[in-house]
Ligand binder design. Structure first.
Ligand code: SF4
Length: 222
């Protein structure tokens, strides 16, 4: 398979920027909140996870209060996220481990670490994989970590930015090698939009696709 080049990525990014508008990085949440939110967002929609996060944060005064709460009380406030029993245990466990490790919940030290070390620190927490680690580092600190969700994984494979046999977990590191660091956040956002609106899982709209001329999958799918 021909390897995706950075110049190809830059070209794709420019086309998608014209289509979806310029997207610049902004800090979405502080890192500990983002970590909790991302646990809630596993296997559910953005709407459900946002509702659960808002409920959780309004039910408890602080992250520290969540870490000290009964699991059953956490469960009650995150029901809309689905898998609430598992997620409640996970959230409490992760918060307690973090508190034991650093004596608080301020994760800003991660932004001073080399990217690989910061990822490893987060991935050492139970249930935290490459996607969650990348979301926290990218969204809270603007670090050049590429979260690969289901849309990005699908679109990247169809565009042959990664090979057909590359796992979703491995895709994070591979994408980071080919996307320019300052372009990772917008490229992540463009690919999500493209996956949701055009390059859909079941019926991609190749006839309406602005990057069709750069897509080796176009003829095979349409
Ligand atoms: S041409 Fe089709 S398969 Fe390729 S990116 Fe566009 S919608 Fe997806």
């Amino acid at each position: 398979m021909k390897k995706a080049s950075t110049s190809n990525i830059v070209r794709l990014s420019h086309i998608l920027e014209k289509e979806y508008g310029t997207i610049s990085w902004y800090p979405r949440r502080n890192a500990i909140d983002e970590l909790v939110y991302t646990i809630l967002s596993q296997h559910t929609s953005d709407i459900n996870s946002e509702r659960a996060f808002d409920n959780l944060m309004s039910r408890f005064d602080s992250i520290e209060a969540i870490s000290n709460a009964n699991v059953s009380d956490i469960e009650q406030s995150i029901k809309t996220a689905g898998l609430h029993k598992i997620k409640a245990v996970r959230i409490k466990e992760v918060l307690n481990i973090i508190h034991n490790k650093i004596g608080g919940f301020d994760l800003s030290f991660l932004s001073e670490m080399p990217l690989g070390d910061a990822k490893s620190w987060l991935k050492s927490l139970p249930g935290i994989g490459p996607k969650t680690a990348a979301i926290v580092l990218c969204f809270s600190f603007g670090m050049p970590a590429m979260p690969v969700d289901t849309h990005i994984y699908r679109v990247s494979r169809r565009l042959r930015l990664i090979g057909p046999k590359v796992s979703a977990d491995k895709a994070h590191d591979l994408m980071e090698k080919i996307v320019p660091p300052d372009g990772i956040f917008p490229f992540h956002m463009y690919l999500i939009q493209h996956g949701r609106k055009v390059c859909k899982a079941l019926k991609p709209k190749c006839g309406d696709c602005v990057v069709a001329l750069l897509c080796p999958s176009r003829l095979k799918i349409s």
